[in-house]
Design a binder for this molecule. Sequence first.
Ligand SMILES: C[S@@+](CC[C@H](N)C(=O)[O-])C[C@H]1O[C@@H](n2cnc3c(N)ncnc32)[C@H](O)[C@@H]1O
Length: 224
Amino acid sequence: MTFTDFEARVLAQKPTTAAHYDAEYFTGEWRDAGNNYSLETRRAIEAKNPTLIRDTFTPIRALDLGCGPGALMHLLWELGVDVEGIDFAESSRRLATPEVRDRIAIGSVTDASLKAANAFDLIICREVLEHLTVLEVRQAVSNMVRMTSKFIYVTTRYHPAPADLLDFNQQDDLDPTHITLLNKDLLRLMFLLEGCRTRPDLEAKMDWGGKGRVIVVEKLQPGA
Ligand SMILES: C[S@@+](CC[C@H](N)C(=O)[O-])C[C@H]1O[C@@H](n2cnc3c(N)ncnc32)[C@H](O)[C@@H]1O
């Protein structure tokens, strides 16, 4: 893809509004069976993820960015992890369990005013970046790096066979709000340029399903 084509596609993208992510989005019939956001469905889907997150990152304070109704937060809370969440959908708080509801702040993943710099030693951002425009992805990456003092753990969906670094898909057959499926290396590049190095050892641990969707990075310390 030429840079001119890339630029035109990026500038033409329209963000999805928070109103789209209502109760129907999280619990509606359009989802495949066994893929809704109830706690018990998510407990089965998450399997060993919560324990793996706790044991791999040993977080003191974690943030789930784009947490949705907070099922992963609840499962981490059960394991004794101090976890907060941010999501721009009001439905997130309504659908969350009472145990974590008040830990969810309503706001955008791109909002740099919600949490202090270095406030968390682990940022989790799973299945969110593909819902953003490319420009929002860049802002979210920057915001994650600002808020973490150590690790960022991301899962998202990528272009399955990009022609080059700039190539990205704007749809898939799973969810109409999947509008940015990047070349994985472009996302890695964004983290590098914001001051993070890759942690392939931790990625291998977190990607136990072998789906290739995980990125784990560690923030470079000043002077490193
Ligand atoms: C597919 S859900 C993923 C939820 C959860 N992270 C998970 O893995 O189950 C995508 C979430 O991203 C949230 N989201 C999308 N764009 C956002 C934005 N700009 N700011 C905050 N949240 C956003 C949606 O409200 C939704 O909860």
